[in-house]
Ligand binder design. Structure first.
Ligand SMILES: Cc1cc2nc3c(=O)[nH]c(=O)nc-3n(C[C@H](O)[C@H](O)[C@H](O)COP(=O)(O)OP(=O)(O)OC[C@H]3O[C@@H](n4cnc5c(N)ncnc54)[C@H](O)[C@@H]3O)c2cc1C
Length: 188
């Protein structure tokens, strides 16, 4: 059986990429350190909304969730500067007439992508399962399944780090660089 593509991190990038790969028929395993945000009352990491541009919308269109996301977008045309004198000054985000970026809930976006990911039989989602280390020579990704409190390792045809700032995958790569001292990805 073909080895799956393994992705660490089911944030915006990891989930979007997982869906794109699944659309192309790859077997994908997506591992997330946190609980499933659809079933648990957790924030999507940062509470403030994201600014979504046309480029981002096109990516969402490719994975088939933009219709769902579009209805919740709040247009942001620019910023208003409030001077101490009481005067206001509007600065447009775009130099072109009629263009704007969109405010969107990070959690809502992540949930829409997770729902879409779950609709693919060739894409498996694992929550509460942080990547702790990647053995780059062996092509093995090591995880801690927190629900079962056990260590698991998976061999992948490709291992992708989408585990954000403090990435364990990146930490494993940096650990191979002579003289490079990295605190990224350390769990203890
Ligand atoms: C305050 C703030 C405001 C921002 N505003 C904007 C904005 O308006 N517009 C915009 O485009 N960008 C914005 N950004 C940038 C944007 O948040 C990032 O570019 C984006 O979140 C990156 O997505 P990601 O999926 O790579 O990482 P993340 O969103 O960080 O997702 C990483 C995922 O990996 C999981 N994870 C972490 N460690 C592990 C592990 N060891 N194993 C498995 N899973 C793990 C995390 O729980 C998380 O779900 C903002 C960032 C910040 C901090």
């Amino acid at each position: 059986m073909a080895k799956p593509i393994i992705i660490a991190g089911a944030g915006l990038s990891g989930t979007l990429l997982a869906v794109r790969l699944a659309q192309r028929g790859f077997e994908v395993e997506l591992y997330e350190s946190r609980p499933d945000m659809r079933a648990t009352d957790i924030s999507a990491g940062r509470s403030i909304n994201l600014a979504l541009s046309d480029r981002g919308l096109r990516a969402l269109e490719m994975v088939g969730v933009h219709e769902q996301v579009l209805k919740d977008l709040i247009p942001m045309k620019g910023r208003m500067i409030h001077h101490q004198t009481g005067n206001t000054h509007f600065q447009s985000y775009s130099g072109r007439e009629g263009e704007f970026i969109n405010s969107v809930s990070r959690g809502g976006l992540n949930i829409a992508l997770l729902d879409q990911a779950e609709s693919f039989p060739n894409l498996k989602l694992f929550f509460n399962t942080p990547c702790v280390h990647v053995d780059l020579e062996a092509g093995l990704a090591h995880f801690h399944d927190q629900s079962a409190n056990r260590h698991i390792h998976r061999e992948g045809s490709l291992i992708i780090g989408a585990d954000g700032a403090g990435s364990a995958v990146q930490g494993s790569m940096l650990a191979r660089v002579p003289g490079c001292v990295s605190t990224i990805g350390r769990t203890g």
